[in-house]
Write a protein of this length. Structure first.
Length: 230
């Protein structure tokens, strides 16, 4: 039985997603920029509203996935505040200018997360070699619970072979490989039959008309959950 993570933007999204069967939420702002750190007031409301786990995006800007030392310090402060608010999970990713894993940045963030559940996000899909980066996270010894990925492609359906390679690392004891991007009610059955992933991540695919400007469609959440539970 697989778990389903749903992107939410606010308290109302969170309520609907939880009521529809989501196992976990990813809370972001500025979704049209790929997702940035939400406002602290929004984080507080969502944490207070739901009982399922919430992974909170930690990302200052959409310029790149490379960060200067002062930016890392700001993100570390955000994480410490989230810990104080009762948050239990964050989403983060960092690349070097050469498109490889920024181990220093990841270590800095993990240390400040103080045992929270950590997802390495789709920065991996813009890396020089997603499989090598996945191995790098595994061998780093850092507490990264899962990696959100579309296999280095724009959508999961186009990156199945790479995701399959990454799942071999998961089966060796590496982070959970969580496919996400382009998952819909229409394609989840075929994708799940091929990947049998432990977790899936959905966004616009469970929105009314596939649009983030509209609310979450509870029937779509329930249908995808039904498929991955089979």
């Amino acid at each position: 039985m697989s778990k389903l993570e749903v992107i939410v933007l606010n308290e109302e999204d969170a309520k609907v997603a939880e009521a529809s069967g989501a196992d976990r939420l990813e809370l972001v702002s500025a979704i049209h920029e790929g997702g940035l750190t939400p406002d602290l007031h929004v984080i507080e409301k969502v944490l207070r509203t739901v009982s399922i786990p919430v992974q909170i995006m930690i990302r200052l800007h959409s310029k790149s996935f490379s960060y200067q030392s002062d930016e890392l310090q700001t993100m570390a402060e955000q994480i410490r505040t989230i810990v104080e608010m009762g948050g239990q999970g964050i989403v983060f990713g960092a690349l070097s200018h050469e498109g490889k894993l920024d181990s220093h940045a990841l270590k800095e963030i993990v240390q400040n997360a103080k045992g929270q559940s950590i997802t390495f996000h789709r920065a991996i899909d813009l890396s020089h070699d997603p499989v090598a980066l996945c191995k790098g996270i595994f061998h780093s010894g850092l507490n990264v619970d899962r990696i959100l990925t579309s296999g280095g492609k724009s959508e999961v359906s186009k990156g199945l072979d790479t995701i399959g390679e990454m799942r071999e690392i998961e089966q060796m004891g590496g982070p959970i490989i969580m496919p996400g991007s382009g998952l819909t009610v229409e394609n989840i059955g075929e994708i799940h039959s091929k990947l049998k992933a432990r977790e899936y991540h959905v966004g616009s695919g469970v929105r009314h008309n596939g649009c983030y400007d509209l609310g979450i469609d509870s029937e779509k959440v329930m249908e995808i959950k039904r498929v991955i539970m089979s």
